[in-house]
Design a binder for this molecule. Structure first.
Ligand SMILES: Nc1nc2c(ncn2[C@@H]2O[C@H](COP(=O)(O)OP(=O)(O)O)[C@@H](O)[C@H]2O)c(=O)[nH]1
Ligand SMILES: [Mg+2]
Length: 425
């Protein structure tokens, strides 16, 4: 597919750094690069790199790719020059002067998709990998980038189309000619297809946690030690700690990597009746955060489903130290006692909370889940008693799955998906 003009962008993060990469892709990428370098690029250089001056702009390594053997599937040239803010800009300007234009966000990956180098579910994984905040989130994105989910979608798509074809074929066969159990077999295959879709849907929750982070909320009375615990878990002094009850009036959120789980840790105003309007608003926000939370840590109070802890345990008499399965976990923000156990317990709960998605296959994204739900709904209406309707429902299911990988797509969908990317990816 010819995607038209030649695009260029800085592929590395702007600012101070050792190396900056300017990437160029398009039918004229070699020609444009030749103008920048002051000498033409030839076939012998495809798949190779060499050192060169980039005209007056900079000097460094030039990497040459010949389509379709490149990231985008088009001819690509990369300039690996010096980092910083000036040299990369000058290289980019030289590319523009030689005939390239600035790439839009995600346009390199969009071209890769349009040229069949990766499907839409893998393209989504590219941005998720760039955005990943923990090892676990990165591993999930890598599995999807490697095509683990793509294969499952392809097979669901093929299966739905095959079943719909089988049903249509039956319309030409009279009932006497039909072998016994034909309809039952198709019904069983539809049910199995449905189960496979449901299993994939079950990974959406873990996917959301890995991409957006799990919302973990600290709850408890004023002065229970929430802000201190927040700081202790973060290892910083993020929240203000004081012995004046009602100090924390708003909710404070910070990101945290907990055993590979990205966590959004939220400190709240204490839960109590108050006449202070600002504090009352804080309490209301705390309550709504607790309602939304994936996990609540309850400090010396009871919240259903929460991890219960007994805070400030350093203040206890030694005799009070109890340890049973049901007793609250003893934690001290001051001495650090119990912090590691708390971290472990949070990680365990998040692992249990997330459906059993696996790192080998990756977890479905919200966009994919919504199409899978459309497919599941269509299948729920597929009654083999009416083969015409059932065949139709199966085709609808196939179309929904096709939209996940990009067998069919609209410009709006591409715009929305690739606008989440950065320029140069
Ligand atoms: N001894 C001791 N004091 C603590 C501990 N955690 C918090 N405090 C004290 O308890 C008071 C209230 O703490 P704070 O974190 O502001 O509680 P919050 O109102 O729940 O956010 C402060 O004076 C803290 O220094 C702890 O683990 N041990
Ligand atoms: Mg506080």
């Amino acid at each position: 597919m010819n995607t038209g003009d030649t695009i260029a962008a800085l592929a590395t993060a702007p600012g101070r750094g050792g190396v900056a990469v300017v990437r160029m892709s398009g039918p004229d990428a070699w020609e444009v690069a030749g103008r920048v370098l002051g000498r033409p690029i030839c076939d012998a250089q495809a798949g190779r790199f060499f050192f060169s001056r980039f005209g007056k702009a900079d000097s460094g390594l030039v990497l040459v790719f010949k389509g379709p053997h490149s990231y985008t599937g088009e001819d690509v040239v990369e300039f690996h020059g010096h980092g910083g803010s000036v040299a990369p800009r000058r290289v980019l300007e030289a590319c523009f002067a030689a005939g390239a234009r600035l790439a839009r966000r995600g346009e390199f990956t969009e071209r890769a998709f349009l040229n069949g180098k990766l499907d839409l579910s893998a393209a989504e994984a590219v941005i998720d990998l760039v955005d990943a905040r923990t090892d676990r989130a990165a591993a999930d994105a890598q599995a999807r980038l490697a095509g683990a989910l793509s294969q499952r979608y392809e097979s669901l798509y093929a299966e739905a189309l095959e079943l719909s074809g089988r049903l249509e074929h039956l319309l030409d066969v009279s009932e006497e000619e039909m072998p016994d159990g034909t309809m039952e077999a198709i019904a069983a295959d539809i049910a199995q297809l449905r189960q496979r879709i449901d299993r994939l849907l079950a990974t959406a929750h873990e996917g959301r946690i890995l991409r957006d982070g799990a919302l973990v909320v600290l709850a408890g009375a004023p002065n229970a030690g929430k802000s201190s615990l927040m700081n202790a878990l973060l290892g910083t002094r993020r929240a203000i700690v004081s012995d004046v009850a009602g100090t924390t009036r708003d909710t404070i959120e910070e990101g945290l990597d907990l055993d590979g789980w990205p966590v959004r840790l939220v400190d709240t105003a204490g839960l109590r009746e108050t006449a202070d309007v600002i504090e009352a608003e804080g309490v209301a926000r705390a309550e709504s955060q607790i309602a939304e939370a994936d996990l609540v840590i309850a400090l010396d109070c009871d919240v259903p489903g929460a991890i219960r802890i007994h805070a400030k345990c350093d203040l206890d008499e030694p005799a009070e130290a109890t340890s049973s399965e049901t007793a609250p976990l003893r934690v001290s923000a001051k001495t650090g006692e119990g912090l590691e156990s708390l971290r472990q317990r949070i990680a365990e709960r998040l692992a249990a909370l997330a459906a059993k998605g696996s790192e080998e296959t990756g977890d479905v994204t919200a966009r994919q889940a919504s199409q899978l739900e459309t497919a599941a709904q269509a299948l729920a209406g597929a009654d083999v008693g009416d083969p015409v309707l059932a065949a139709n429902a199966l085709r609808q299911a196939a179309e929904a799955i096709g939209r996940i990988v990009g067998k069919t797509y609209s410009d709006d969908l591409l715009d929305e998906l690739f606008s989440r990317f950065c320029v140069g990816k």
